[in-house]
Write a protein that binds this ligand. Sequence first.
Ligand SMILES: C[S@@+](CC[C@H](N)C(=O)[O-])C[C@H]1O[C@@H](n2cnc3c(N)ncnc32)[C@H](O)[C@@H]1O
Length: 261
Amino acid sequence: MGWSVVDEKKINNQYNPSQTCVPLILSGPEGRFWDKLTLCKMLKNKIMKNNAQKFWDKQAKRFDDRDKQFKHANQELIAETKKYLNANDIVLDFGCATGTKTLKLAAGVKQIHGLDFSAEMISEAIKKKDKINATNVSFSQGTIYNDELEKVIYDKIIAFSIIHLLEDSEKAIQRIYELLKPGGLFISETACFKDNMNFKTRFEFTAFRIMRLLGIFPLHLNMFKTSDVEKLLTQHCFHIVKEERFFFNGMSISFMVAEKQ
Ligand SMILES: C[S@@+](CC[C@H](N)C(=O)[O-])C[C@H]1O[C@@H](n2cnc3c(N)ncnc32)[C@H](O)[C@@H]1O
């Protein structure tokens, strides 16, 4: 008997990876090949997304210790970002992890919200926020598509080390555009794996990509060149106001500030 997809949203809401049975919403005896293919892709993406969340959950407790080795680079990133923030700004930090950078940026803005799909990362972030009693900071678990995020309210949206990890980077940029106020700034730092990479890092990333194809490594890696990131922004009506490339930790990184037109 054939079947076809009725409602993608319902599938996403009802699928629970811990259950052995996948409650598909199917209908009709005349399911087409493409419907089945789409369904398989959706389920694969959902499983990979859940695995990616679990991957980051496991990193949460050690994230700050590991991040300490990048202390100097992080300080520079914070200092550069602060140049674009104002005291009256409402800011969203997309992919905030344990909130270290969110909390560092909080002093220069009116309100900052850290968002991350890893519950464990957010739990660590909230502990740190409570410890220092930061009153203009909030954190929540979720994705950039969460309905709770209001459109056109953010003056600045920050995305450090996340755009190269997104399977739907085009859709995410479109959503960021929608959430920003006109004239608002998108401030990003993105690894560009297709630009320069030293031999060791290239070897590691090739191994990760092969493991990903085999379903062993959970993270999606966009093989961007800096020009791909530029294109991603400009084709979604952003105007690039600042661009800086640097080589760090064996790979090329691109820092960009783009204005919503
Ligand atoms: C490499 S870490 C970067 C963390 C932080 N921005 C920083 O610079 O220290 C990537 C973070 O993005 C989060 N993340 C990855 N994909 C996500 C998605 N689709 N939605 C929300 N968070 C995501 C991960 O949970 C992780 O905490």
